[in-house]
Design a protein around this ligand. Sequence first.
Ligand SMILES: [Zn+2]
Length: 138
Amino acid sequence: MSVQPNTCEACGKPGVVSKTVKDFAYPTPMGLVTIEGETPIEECPSCNEIFLPGLLVEQWNRLIMTHLSRKTDELSAKEVQFLLKSLPYTRDEFCQLLSLDAELFRMLAGGAGKTTPHIQEMLRALMADTLGGTETVH
Ligand SMILES: [Zn+2]
């Protein structure tokens, strides 16, 4: 039971190739962030989907979180969406920690819905925990 390493996760076809690109534009809630220098990526020749190595994504997400944790304004819907995708918690944990019901979680994870001061405050606390490196890996 193993997944072929070069099978495309998007279209399921084999033949995904590893390559490096220069100055890769990474889509984030704050718009495109250009990763300077050479970035290793994987590209599917069938559907042109691009995949990033997991460790690299984690590293970039931390950079974005560091930026967001310094923000004093309210987190935007896009930023909340990014955090729900990137923070190392499950849906059930988020619902419990942020006092969300399943419907509100779905909306926020989809980049819509309204946050409360409690949600904003808890997301900041979870970011701080995650960036502090004391969080256990799920
Ligand atoms: Zn593909």
